[in-house]
Design a protein around this ligand. Structure first.
Ligand SMILES: [Zn+2]
Length: 362
């Protein structure tokens, strides 16, 4: 009897699935409109990326310039531009950026950080770089990276650098005088992931993380935390720790997880499996602590830092239940509050903004 009922139910479900097609007659969709819509959406994605990158680079420029002293010997000439070319894109994306931004295979300026030497000198987004101090500009897929290296070399003298650019069909010379800044490049990754990481040389912030920020102070906070991981050489130290345990193969993942704002369960698991958790909590606390000094030195208000981490913690229930390489939320909150107090007291008393160090030799 029961079997019969089940069979009846099962077959009626099948019958329902069988006729589950839309009942209304939707408008016909032609190929051309679909193609145009796809292109429009691609352009919107790129535009959003470019706007977000400008915001990130502007905050980053301010933090790395003012933090030069805290970065010690890890400094390099800073100009404050990022570049791109059509070679960075494939097929349909290429068409979208060519049409919308007039992008060619030459290097175009994609962002000029507000208040950076490039901004002060008058370089603008969209400028096409023709030469730098008379030297040819790299071309091809990794042109932007090679251009950075070129600028690093040229900038060493500290003298004004002659950017010959094309703007609206006119050729111009713009002289940019670089300043010393922390030598860590900041990159925006397009993925919709709420994470960030430092790898010892770079700081990578995901688009999903940028979308989560409600103010430039919050951008500066995470950026400064990552900058602290790099300036305090946490990755090198982690490598040493990991080598002892014979875990070299997992280093990249561990660095990504432990260096980041850890809200992703998979990343956490990788870090835990690698057993690199032992020193992580201390490193994370140091990145929080030293990071606040970077942030305050750049003139950002640090008072809301504990609240931001609280918001991060509560926006992902996993971080409350799962023990990660980052300090647990309540522990972190309390430590941050006292660091904020310490720094604000120094600001009030006009004391230098340098982190308190242990007096024991390393
Ligand atoms: Zn961290």
């Amino acid at each position: 009897m029961r079997l019969t009922t089940l069979t009846v139910v099962f077959s009626s479900v099948l019958a329902l699935i069988g006729c589950a097609t839309p009942q209304s007659r939707a408008p016909k969709v032609d190929q051309l409109s679909t193609t145009l819509e796809a292109k429009k959406q691609r352009e919107m994605v790129v535009e959003d990326f470019i706007t977000t990158n400008k915001r990130l680079q502007s905050v980053a420029s301010r933090v790395v310039m003012s933090g030069a002293e805290l970065c010690g010997e890890k400094i390099a000439p800073h100009f404050g531009i990022t570049t791109w070319s059509a070679d960075n894109f494939q097929k349909e994306w290429k068409t979208a950026v060519q049409d919308k931004y007039g992008l060619t295979d030459q290097l175009h300026i994609s962002s000029v950080a507000s208040g950076s030497p490039a901004d002060v000198a008058g370089l603008k987004e969209g400028d096409v770089i023709q030469s730098v101090n008379g030297l040819a500009i790299p071309a091809g897929k990794d042109a932007a990276k090679r251009q950075n290296e070129q600028l690093r070399e040229i900038g060493k003298s500290g003298m004004p650098v002659d950017f010959t650019i094309e703007r609206n069909g006119e050729i111009k010379s713009v002289f940019v005088t670089p300043v010393q800044a922390c030598d860590f490049s900041v990159q925006l990754q397009p993925d919709d992931v709420k994470n960030a990481y430092a790898d010892g040389k770079n700081i990578v912030i995901y688009k999903g993380m940028m979308d989560f920020f409600r103010s430039d102070e919050e951008v500066a906070l995470v950026l400064s935390h990552e900058l602290a991981h790099n300036s305090m050489k946490h990755i090198d130290a982690k490598k040493k720790n990991a080598t002892i345990g014979g875990l070299i193969g997992l280093l990249v993942d561990v660095a990504a997880a432990a260096g980041g704002v850890n809200t992703n369960g998979d990343f956490t698991r990788m870090a835990m499996n690698a057993g690199a958790g032992a020193y992580s909590v201390e490193f994370e606390q140091e990145a929080d602590y030293v990071g606040l000094y970077f942030m305050a030195t750049a003139g950002y208000t640090i008072d809301d830092a504990p609240n931001f981490w609280r918001r991060m913690a509560t926006s992902n229930s996993k971080s409350i239940t799962m023990k990660s390489s980052h300090p647990t939320a309540p522990e972190r909150f309390v430590a941050l509050e006292s660091a904020v107090q310490e720094i604000n007291d120094k600001i009030t008393n006009n004391q230098p903004l340098t982190p308190e160090m242990k007096n024991v030799p390393e």
